[in-house]
Design a protein around this ligand. Sequence first.
Ligand code: NAD
Length: 456
Amino acid sequence: MKILNPATHALIAEVSEDSASSVRAKLARARFAQPAWAALPLKKRLDTIRVFRTRITEMLETLARTLTLEVGKPIRQSRNEINGLLGRIDFFLAEARRILRAEKVYTDAKSKLEERISHEPLGVIANISAWNYPYFVGGNVFIPALIAGNAVLYKPSEYATLTGLHIAALLYEAGVPTDVFIPVVGGPAVGAALLRQPVDGVFFTGSYATGVKVGAAAGRRMAKVQLELGGKDPIYVCDDVDVKAAAAGIADGAFYNTGQSCCSVERIYVHQKIHDAFVNSFVAEVKGFKVGDPLDDSSYIGPLTRRPQLDVLRRQVADAKRKGATLLAGGGIIKGKGNWFEPTVFANVDHRMVLMKDESFGPIVGIQKVANDAEAIKLMNDTEYGLTAGVYTADEKRARRILAEVHSGSVYWNCCDRVSPRLPWSGVGHSGIGVTLGTAGIATFTRPKAWHMKAN
Ligand code: NAD
């Protein structure tokens, strides 16, 4: 498999892909190795992950550079992602013991009955991952899964393979056995081959379209399935905000990582009273973003990771223009080598336009004027997705009232495009099923076993 730099289309590396038979052999190795890993005292597994954390900090610059080269993420954002992983590891290390401890839930001295729950690892799990935040979306799965005593077959996205191989190397250096964490290399066909193996759990991050296939394949096996899918995340700006500050925060939420975040702001609704002022500030903010070489520290917008996405954006732009939207910034492919698209802003959009309905996953956003809170809520909920949604207002009560009515896994007041290791990460509707992060995101890698114990 050829690995190309999305900024230049230069060949970075060639790696050999897995085949159906090598995937089968990897499952057999993991199956054999998992019980011994699970039998280690928890402290040993935690210590191993602690060493992995140290190795990440020691290798940070190399890891960031690889991530930037293969994904096109601006280098400062690559460093941010890897640093962000450290906080997530710290959360898992701090909470795992409490969540994995067996519990005595009932005792009856008279009948000498005791009821207990132990938290058993699932066994061997498949972790099929996305490329946009490979350290985050991968780490949300393989770190707690390993801590809980599972073996992991880790399929990084074909667009983040070198990062996946780096992760494997650092886990091995930290002491994770080579049969307990095994990378599976390749694209969709290799992912599908992995799903044909009798794994005990499938943890997938990616698009809704692929999630449907993954769910169907895993369903036949009765394996536990988690799907973390896409979003069309809305923000509503009320009439009582500091317009400049709100515009700056929301522009960052829409364009960070070149708009390729599952929780990127993809739709903006603005109260009519401040609409024009907000649009002006927002466009000024976006025009200030530096587009350029992702290895350059000063670049904020990089290339798109996947070339086909350029066409998706081009079609969204054409459709919005045809239906009467006003183009205020960007709007086209940047010619030359690499997958470059201008930071693009539309006003006067509405829900007939694909731009306001389908996930864009790129540097583009639409701004729609609304008359009041009720209209904003109705439009925010007019989507198949439900990953995150936010409101900007000076009034906390107003924010709580609005956010209570919004159907999404995470809600934000005066912030956006944010993930916390302490809070569960989940989606509603086409945004998926299951939870990572938070304490529920540790427990999910276990199966509760019920013990009915009666002394004679
Ligand atoms: P994708 O669906 O194209 O691919 C995801 C993974 O699935 C890749 O590893 C790919 O090789 C594999 N795959 C593809 N077809 C397969 C099949 N038939 N069987 C098994 N595996 C298969 O998604 P992507 O382009 O890597 O990621 C972008 C999408 O991920 C966006 O929709 C984004 O919103 C979503 N995402 C969601 C979250 C979240 O936490 N909810 C986080 C990051 C990304």
